[in-house]
Design a protein around this ligand. Structure first.
Ligand SMILES: [Zn+2]
Length: 133
């Protein structure tokens, strides 16, 4: 088991996106680490994230997925820059038409806790969708 990511995974299972924070310099950290990458402090805690951010990049996978994901093709991966200033890789919910053509770089996106109708995976994944206008 990946102990570093355990709190992150538990949060996702509970419908919450969590970020690691450094108690010393109060900066958000992603991906989880044993020490703060900014001040090397070791007092790290977990707090709920805003869940809002912007889409930095995306790719729609049609072919060549890792074996564990071949039955989920096609799917979209997005790099999301959260309001807290860190970025992470997540999955993007499809548009109403089943594709992802409605997504644009730098558009506002939001975390979707435990969305219905998505493939279940052994490790939870953070899902995002365009922020409701
Ligand atoms: Zn720090």
């Amino acid at each position: 088991m990946n102990q570093l990511a355990e709190a992150y995974d538990e949060g996702l299972r509970a419908g919450e996106l969590r970020l690691q924070y450094c108690e010393k310099c109060e900066r958000a950290i992603m991906y989880p680490k044993h020490r703060c990458p900014y001040c090397f402090g070791s007092e790290l805690t977990w707090q709920p994230a805003s869940g809002t951010g912007t889409l930095y990049s995306l790719t729609v996978q049609h072919l060549g997925a890792p074996t564990a994901f071949t039955d989920q093709l096609p799917y979209a991966l997005g790099v999301v820059r959260l309001a807290e200033g860190v970025q992470l890789l997540g999955r993007l919910l499809p548009d109403a038409d089943g594709g992802w053509s409605g997504y644009r770089f730098d558009m506002a996106v939001e975390f979707v806790p435990n969305p219905a109708g998505v493939p279940q995976t052994e490790r939870p994944i953070a899902w995002f969708r365009p922020t409701a206008q």
